[in-house]
Design a binder for this molecule. Structure first.
Ligand code: PNW
Length: 506
């Protein structure tokens, strides 16, 4: 009897202990994330072609807050061994990074493959595997080949074929060792910010239709890459192919029925537009949303809805076409049906949503103006997705906090943020969310898009004035390492010294 009690206590220890609260499962994948344009540099080295971020920052530098660019960035192209050393210092299980399309296919199309690009990623992947670090590869993290953008980029339906051809080159060259592929990073940021507004390259600002043309083609391109993997590569390679969608939380600002409806429409517009066609059992764009856009379009004098619908055949092709749901989660906003509205272009995606947004002052602020620590936002988002889409396999593929560039190494607010996220992850696991891993954004400081190098997301600080791009761990790096190693959140832990070491086994 005594033995039984001890045994059952030992079993319970796997997920909870009295001293430290709940624990993360041993097979939970902890990692960090980056993206090619933000860290690699070497923008024109060894045959790499031009992408839209190269093009925009070179021809239109004033759109970037500090007029900088990713020409050198953290120079990971030359420092990749140091990056992997940092992963070993942190004791990571996994690393999520993106491949640069034009480093592999300089013109964007698959007629010409750049051997130096293939070699770079081979070296990188092989070095990670030496230390048992699982690579998660994103195919598209915003760096569209400039030549393809000139042909319309994601607004051109033929994009779906160009993307499939690129995906084939990636699966053929790396799929023997890479088992986790993510087709697109954040459709909403690509389509709304890049095509529907002027907030990301290619700053098309095509407010009426940009977001929607891109949304249809992107979802279709994702599904083509998924089916290609499924039919031609899965049997021999045995990996998985999914997509990453940014899912921030949008709750109603009051408990009125109108605000509830407004918060729901906002969710549909911000991420349902991309998630519903793939993960819902019904398929296609979210119904209430497409109805609303169709009605508005008609009232505005359009002969057809500004949102191009899927055919039944397309719907069936896209539905279920993902092995997992990658979630990038950062923050939350409170949504109102009537209040807090700002002037927006008409017609536009924002006008179609037609809701107000409110952010309480009491939510702690990051350096990025959109980023606040919103209580339980990660938990709210994941448990909502679980119910809505029948609990698919989830990975948190990004989550993180920004500080200003002069902050240095003492990033206590980042530590508070990460601990809060970890609590949410544990609550999700308790509630049966099928969540398998968590990637912190970011391993190191990098080119933060329109904010240049002003806002920093790194667990490691990068000295961008130093040609060697020296990396130094922040306090948060030690705290994250402690969580990864011990698999629980220890609120008392802070590093005694700032000297980082590689522990045994990594
Ligand atoms: C993500 N929002 O972008 C990107 O995937 C990263 O490349 C980027 O560096 C990181 O988050 C930090 O910005 C986002 O407005 C941009 O909620 C905006 C939002 C979320 C994510």
């Amino acid at each position: 009897m005594k033995l039984l009690v001890i045994l059952s206590l030992a079993a319970a220890c796997h997920c909870s202990t009295s001293k430290h609260g709940r624990r993360f499962p041993d097979d939970f994948l902890f990692g960090t994330a980056t993206a090619a344009y933000q860290v690699e540099g070497a923008w024109n080295k060894d045959g790499k072609g031009e992408n839209i971020w190269d093009h925009m920052t070179h021809t239109n530098p004033t759109v970037i807050r500090d007029q900088s660019n990713g020409d050198i960035a953290a120079d990971s192209y030359h420092n990749y061994k140091r990056d992997i050393e940092m992963m070993r210092e942190l004791g990571l299980d996994a690393y999520r990074f993106s491949m640069s399309w034009t480093r592999i296919l300089p013109s964007g199309m698959a007629n010409e493959v750049n051997p130096a690009g293939i070699e770079f990623y081979n070296n990188f992947i092989n070095e990670m595997l030496k230390y048992n670090i699982t690579p998660l590869v994103t195919l598209y993290h915003w760096d569209m080949p400039q030549k393809l953008q000139e042909l319309g980029g994601l607004a051109n339906p033929l994009f779906t074929g160009w993307f499939e051809d690129y995906a084939r080159v990636i699966f053929e060259n790396f799929g023997d060792r890479v088992k986790m592929f993510i087709t697109f990073n954040e459709p909403r940021e690509i389509c709304y910010q890049g095509y529907g507004a002027d907030l990301k390259a290619p700053i098309l600002n095509s407010t009426a239709v940009g977001t929607y043309l891109c949304a249809k083609n992107l979802v279709m391109a994702h599904a083509r890459a998924y089916h290609l993997y499924d039919k031609e590569f899965r049997a021999t390679q045995g990996g998985q192919c999914g997509i990453t969608i940014s899912v921030n939380w949008f709750g109603p600002v009051t408990d009125s029925a109108e605000d509830a409806v407004a918060a729901e429409i906002k969710k549909q517009g911000e991420w349902g537009l991309y998630a519903h066609p793939i993960f819902s059992s019904e398929g296609g764009f979210p119904k209430e949303l497409s109805q609303r856009i169709a009605e508005k379009s008609a009232a505005q004098g359009y002969r057809r809805s500004r949102l191009p619908e899927f055919s039944e055949e397309e719907k069936a092709f896209i539905r279920g076409a993902s092995d997992f749901f990658g979630v990038n989660h950062y923050t939350a906003k409170l949504i109102s049906a009537t209040k807090f509205k700002k002037p927006v272009p008409v017609p536009s995606f924002l006008d179609d949503m037609d809701v107000g947004e409110f952010i309480p002052d009491r939510w702690m602020s990051a350096a990025s103006e959109w980023l606040k620590l919103a209580p339980n936002s990660l938990y709210n988002a994941l448990t909502y997705l679980k119910e809505k889409y029948n609990n698919p396999v989830f990975y948190i593929t990004e989550n993180g906090w920004s500080t200003f560039k002069d902050r240095g190494l003492h990033d206590y607010d980042r530590i508070i943020y990460y601990r809060a996220s970890m609590e949410s992850v544990l609550k999700c696991l308790d509630d049966g969310v099928n969540l398998k891993g968590y990637m912190a954004w970011s391993l190191m400081d990098n080119f933060e898009w329109m904010q240049g190098y002003v806002e920093r997301f790194g667990l490691y600080q990068v000295d961008f004035s130093d040609p060697a791009r020296t990396r130094t761990p922040r306090k948060s790096a030690f705290v994250y390492k402690h969580i990864v190693k011990h698999r629980y959140v220890d609120y008392e832990y802070l590093p005694e010294s700032m000297t980082m070491t590689i522990d045994d086994g990594h």
